[in-house]
Design a protein. Structure first.
Length: 156
C-alpha cells in the first residue's frame, strides 16, 4: 500500500511539475469583438451587404440612441494580451487602438481618417458581464444617421 501511495504521489508531483513549466494563456488575455455599425431610420439599401446587428446589441443601443436600424459594416475579432496594443482597421476611414491600461481597464483610441479623435476607457469586468464599449458620432455623409464603434467580450 505504501508503494502505491508513494507511486501515486510521485505521479501527481511529476504532473504538477510538468504543468507548472507549460505556458498557459495569461489571465489578462481578453477576446474582443469590434464592430463598425451604421445607425439609421432608413431601410437597408438593396445593393448593400450590410447585415442587421444582433438583437441583443440592437436592444442595448436602442435604450440610449434613437435609430430604428443598426447595420453592421465590419466586424473583427482579436485577442488582446496584457502588454500589447492592437490596431484594428474597421474601414478606410476608421481605426482603433485597444490596450490594457491596467488589469481592470481597457483604453480604446479612435482614429478617423488617420487622425486621433477620441479616447475612452472601459472596465474589463463590465465587458465580461456583457456590457458594451461604444464610441459614436454623426455620419457626415447621411442625413441624421450615425456611426458606432462597439467593442464587446467575444464569448464562444
Amino acid at each position: 500500500m505504501n508503494r502505491i501511495t508513494l507511486h501515486a504521489l510521485l505521479c501527481v508531483a511529476a504532473s504538477l511539475w510538468f504543468l507548472a513549466g507549460t505556458p498557459a494563456a495569461s489571465a489578462a488575455d481578453l477576446a474582443l469583438k469590434s464592430q463598425l455599425l451604421w445607425g439609421t431610420d432608413q431601410e437597408k439599401p438593396r445593393e448593400s451587404t450590410y447585415k442587421e446587428v444582433d438583437p441583443k446589441v440592437k436592444g442595448k443601443l436602442s435604450r440610449i440612441f434613437k435609430w430604428k436600424h443598426y447595420f453592421e459594416i465590419n466586424q473583427q475579432k482579436v485577442t488582446l494580451e496584457a502588454n500589447a496594443t492592437k490596431r484594428l482597421k474597421l474601414s478606410a476611414k476608421c481605426e482603433i487602438d485597444v490596450r490594457f491600461l491596467d488589469e481592470h481597464t481597457l483604453e480604446i483610441k479612435l482614429y478617423g481618417e488617420g487622425k486621433w479623435t477620441k479616447t475612452i476607457r472601459q472596465s474589463v469586468v463590465a465587458l465580461n458581464r456583457g456590457e458594451l464599449a461604444v464610441l459614436a458620432g454623426d455620419d457626415k455623409d447621411k442625413y441624421g444617421d450615425a456611426w458606432f464603434v462597439v467593442l464587446s467580450a467575444d464569448r464562444p
